[in-house]
Design a protein around this ligand. Structure first.
Ligand code: ATP
Length: 318
């Protein structure tokens, strides 16, 4: 099943799970809408042919949901009863940390083995360098900023571009460097609004014809992206500052080759681990190798950004 926020590449993961099961002569069903589908007993048998032509599709054919009911013991008991009636022996959960938290609770309370496959554009999961969907989201953001840059330089404008990431600045930091942003504001680092003003003033003096500031949803300046733009307009009136909020386009689109391969590698491993009798693990990619870690570790640890990227960004926006 796929659960929580959807991410491009989830279909490639579903396909790989189903085909690996077929390869090993193991029956496979897909639950709709994450944990809510387990509670409502909505599932579909899947075979190798059911997943044809989906590797290149964004979204998830099984759909996703956030389930309030599953957060209660009663909800999880209903889900477990349904799983037992359907003779489900084990589950592969494609989603983010909330999905894994729910899976661990299900496994501990009802003894159903689970393996997590990290799929979230935020890339904030410990135990893997990359989560499925992150690379596609980055490319979507960079393409959007490239377009914004065209109009920004034609009019000598300053653009604030808000990207997803309430708690993690992976998208902002990497897309910012990839798109040549002048400044990047992320939740992990409070650079302060005064520093932003200094930097924009320097950009103007350096003769730049446009400026892009990439702002993570959860940045720590204490101002939202519109307030930031107003603040800059007030303090640096020569700037014609505009705001673009990229929003949900970041979740959509065809997965990049990187995400398709990542999803395929992680999902084959996930099925093989289950068939090998392993449980309550998450598969991840570390230094280009597929590795498994305990779901506990994935949930307790923190995947931190590489702060050297901030330094790189500062040097390159000179
Ligand atoms: P993303 O971070 O990309 O949004 P996610 O998997 O973290 O993905 P959540 O909405 O946090 O998304 O979690 C998905 C679902 O997992 C929730 O809707 C809920 O049903 C279940 N869940 C989350 N946390 C718990 C928990 N502590 N106990 C039981 N179930 C949980």
């Amino acid at each position: 099943m796929t659960s929580g926020g959807d991410s491009p590449g989830m279909n490639a993961a579903i396909r790989a799970v189903v085909r690996t099961c077929a390869y090993y002569h193991t029956e496979c069903v897909g639950y709709y809408r994450g944990y809510q589908g387990m509670i409502n007993n909505e599932y579909i048998p899947l075979n190798a042919r059911s997943v044809r032509n989906i590797i290149n599709q964004g979204g998830t054919i099984l759909q996703s949901a956030r389930s309030k009911d599953f957060r209660t013991e009663e909800g999880r008991s209903r889900a477990a009863e349904n799983l037992k009636k359907a003779e489900v022996d084990a589950m592969i959960l494609i989603g983010g940390d909330g999905t894994f938290r729910g899976g661990l609770a299900l496994s501990q309370e009802h003894d159903i083995p689970v393996i997590g496959v990290p799929g979230t554009i935020d890339n904030d999961i410990n135990g893997t360098n990359y989560a499925i969907g992150y690379d596609t989201a980055l490319n979507t953001v960079v393409e959007a900023i490239d377009k914004i840059r065209d109009t920004a330089s034609s009019h000598n404008r300053l653009f604030f571009v808000e990207v997803m990431g309430r708690d993690a600045g992976f998208i902002a930091l990497n897309s910012g460097i990839g798109a040549g942003a002048e400044e990047i504001l992320i939740p992990e680092e409070d650079l302060g609004v005064e520093r932003l003003l200094d930097s924009l003033e320097r950009s103007r003096r350096a003769g730049k014809t446009s400026s892009i500031v990439v702002v993570s949803e959860g940045d720590k300046t204490g101002k939202n992206v519109f307030e930031l733009a107003d603040y800059v307009k007030k303090n640096l009136p020569y700037y014609d500052a505009r705001v673009t909020v990229l929003g949900h386009i970041q979740r959509g689109g065809r997965p990049t080759c990187f995400d398709r391969v990542l999803a395929s590698r992680l999902s084959v491993k996930a099925v093989e681990l289950l068939l090998d009798g392993k449980k309550n693990l998450m598969v991840g990619m570390l230094n280009n190798e597929i590795e498994a870690c305990s779901l506990d570790l994935a949930l307790k640890g923190k995947h931190t950004i590489n702060k050297d990227l901030l330094r790189i960004s500062e040097i390159l926006s000179t």
